[in-house]
Design a protein around this ligand. Sequence first.
Ligand code: SAM
Length: 194
Amino acid sequence: MQFIPPDYFRKLEKPEVFPRQPRPLEIDLGCGDGSFPAAMAGHYPERDFLGIERLLGRARKAYRKACKADLENLKILRLEISYALDWLLPDSCASRIHLLFPDPWPKKKHHKRRLVTHDFCAAIRRVLEPGGEFLFKTDDEEYFEESMGVLVNEDSLQQLPWEEDAFFYPQTDFERRWLGQGKPIQSARFKAID
Ligand SMILES: C[S@@+](CC[C@H](N)C(=O)[O-])C[C@H]1O[C@@H](n2cnc3c(N)ncnc32)[C@H](O)[C@@H]1O
């Protein structure tokens, strides 16, 4: 389904996103074609998933995937990630937030467009439940190093081990592309602490 906020000028209540509560909510930031949240929603029918994507074509693709597979627990919000994190999503609403293969903006003059900053970390901490998790993957080693420099210095986030096959975690559309080209993937997992 698509998710259209009833009001863009206030924070939402969790049941406005998914009426059936209480249920864990996972948020996929920049969900692309929706492959990842669709696979997750199929695997975990007892959890809800919100994919956020700003590009119309990709958001539509993700929405169609959710409809085709009849996934009532997956909704797609077409919006800027920062607007959703800063102004719309309720406090402590999410059990997990995924940031998978975000645009790396490799040119130096574009680095300011990169997502992982101190303000971004403060926003995900607000949206995560205490003990909730932030999961991050990228194929871009330089972006990974820069992001880790920010993430490990956040007092409200604690790094956790993330062994392959620790839990069900399907490959994303971009992950399959990069693996197909033989690129190594970097990943990191953090817990929200007080
Ligand atoms: C490289 S793709 C990865 C897509 C998906 N996560 C995957 O791994 O297949 C990055 C996605 O994030 C979206 N995106 C980047 N910045 C965004 C922003 N500020 N707000 C919403 N979506 C964003 C892009 O449009 C794109 O679909």
